[in-house]
Write a protein of this length. Structure first.
Length: 88
């Protein structure tokens, strides 16, 4: 997730991506997300096992910002909010 100005990136793990994005967009989670307004889904990965997902999340969180930007831009060059396509 990123803020509108792309200054802040949030990474996390969930078993329900649509629900989690809804929570971000509606600021239902207090703290970091609410403070930094990370409401745009710009990148995601799917994993079959929760331990794999948690391992990957921790790895990405330890990356420097340039690496995170590269990862996002390979997947989503324009930093579009990928959740927009979910709207019916």
């Amino acid at each position: 997730m990123s803020s509108n100005n792309r200054n802040t990136i949030y990474s996390g793990v969930t078993n329900d991506l649509e629900r989690r994005v809804f929570e971000h967009k509606n600021k239902l989670i207090k703290g970091f997300i609410e403070k930094y307004n990370c409401i745009n889904l710009v990148y995601y990965e799917e994993h079959n096992q929760i331990v794999e997902a948690i391992y990957r999340e921790k790895k990405i969180k330890n990356w420097n910002r340039d690496w995170k930007n590269e990862l996002i831009e390979e997947f989503n060059p324009e930093w579009l909010d990928l959740s927009e396509e979910w709207k019916g």
